[in-house]
Design a protein around this ligand. Structure first.
Ligand SMILES: [Zn+2]
Length: 74
């Protein structure tokens, strides 16, 4: 059943590509030079690593901690 395996892989690849394309599309308008929260400059490397990044490292960590607390509360 080589055909079905190929088809599944093809589907998975197409699916992944769609996600990447969508992430790229949103990153073109969402990627920021300055942090959304504190307006500190976001390093080029960080923006390249995380498409559509809107927060500096400090604010990102703070937000992640808040989200963790939020999840724990529920
Ligand atoms: Zn910040």
């Amino acid at each position: 059943m080589v055909d079905s395996v190929d088809h599944a892989q093809e589907y998975e690849l197409a699916e992944r590509e769609r996600h990447i394309r969508r992430a790229r599309l949103s990153s073109t308008c969402a990627s920021r030079l300055l942090c959304e929260a504190c307006e500190a400059p976001i390093p080029e490397a960080r923006r390249a690593a995380i498409p559509g990044v809107a927060l500096c490292i400090t604010c990102q960590q703070r937000r992640e901690q808040q989200q963790r607390h939020y999840r724990k509360d529920r």
